[in-house]
Design a protein around this ligand. Sequence first.
Ligand code: FES
Ligand SMILES: [Fe+2]
Length: 384
Amino acid sequence: MRNGLTSEPAKQALPSSLLQWRSHALDSEARTLAAEMYTSPEIYRLEQKYVFGKTWFYVGHISQLQGPGSYFTVDIAEQPLVILQNRSGELRAFFNVCSHRAGPVAIDSGRCTHLTCHYHAWSFDLDGNLRGMPDMETAEGFDCASHGLTAVNIDTWGPFIFVNLDPTCAPLSAQLGELPELFDRYNLSNLARVHSVDYWSDVNWKVYTENTVESYHEPFVHKETWGKYYECTDTTAEARHYYYLQYAPFDSASWLTSTEAGIYIDTLNEYELNCAQMVCLFPNFTLVASPTYCVTFLFDPQGLSKTRMRMEWLVPNTEVAKSPENVEPLITFFDDLMQEDLKLLPTLQKGIQSMGFRPGRLSPKREMGVHLFQELVMKHIVSH
Ligand code: FES
Ligand SMILES: [Fe+2]
């Protein structure tokens, strides 16, 4: 089994706007990125390599696996991966790329004893070692040991599975910082995943993520959805390390304050019972945590101007919380919210691509998350 990527790519010349880039102070000079950051295929490739190729990114929920031999496939930032539990139940991740001629060794999800390539049936054990290859007896000097699957680092925060494609990466805990402690009382591992939906938008992935790491647009775009239940104008936020944290207090009229037994996450403190918290973890994960449900967002660049966003709903593992009467309004609520964003996002991409675009100033009060995410993207691709 080979471990991770095989070699460091050669240093390459950067587009001009990157060569001139320097970090900007939030209060005095922070402005949006240059248009080419959203339109250049070269920058997109650099982001694949130095953002998604170097950081821990979110791939899925632990309930997508069901014990030894279970697996699921993902294709995040156009990197095909298979996530599985080996015979001992330990998590493993590999590029879903056969060591023969790059065929897929797994499709969709399921359970297996071996991963078998769908092209010429080479088979691999659940630790990525090559175990079977038809009609290769005459290949002189063929070395099975050097034809394993390429392994990828894998780790979890509660039920959330992250991978890192860089074999020399720091542990996930270094990227998470204080998040596990901050969200400890939500008992994330005990929540049941009840629904999953993929949304697609014809925008660069940063247009979609930047829309999530700010509350600035909420009172205007989400007046009829989020604004009905939360005090958008009282939302507070902070951005540090690899994440943006946002606290939205309830409007007192909220239907989400139902006191029915089993609906609430019953381990929260007073503060958590009266707000929705959100964390956006660079580069592609968001968790909205409320007293009665959590929702996750997985951002997935699928091309320079195409982004998938997988949204999943988690509720307390009780019959009443999992019932359609409880879950369906939650799904509708977030779907309505997302439709409002999806209507707007392509117009932003169009504006950025237009001859009329020039970078604007950011609100230090409302857009510190946009600033942090943009600084992190730039630092990753400039400093490689
Ligand atoms: S590509 Fe996998 S066996 Fe040929
Ligand atoms: Fe929004």
